[in-house]
Design a protein around this ligand. Sequence first.
Ligand SMILES: [Zn+2]
Ligand SMILES: [Zn+2]
Length: 74
Amino acid sequence: MAKCPVCGKGEITQKKGKTGIFYACTKYPDCKFISNKKPIAQKCTECDSTYLLDESTPDEKRYICPNTECKTVY
Ligand SMILES: [Zn+2]
Ligand SMILES: [Zn+2]
């Protein structure tokens, strides 16, 4: 599994919840990372986010910045 891009200590694990699959950090609750999209360890060039979220479809690669004020798409 990939290292957590938020805290850099935990690992991202895939979990299954009521609403479907989601991703969380093994260091929870110390690390609050949780998302229904897979995190990618790639820095956003438009803000200080240390990761992007994978919104890819089978046809197209698409990463989006998780910062609500940025939301840059790659
Ligand atoms: Zn973490
Ligand atoms: Zn950004």
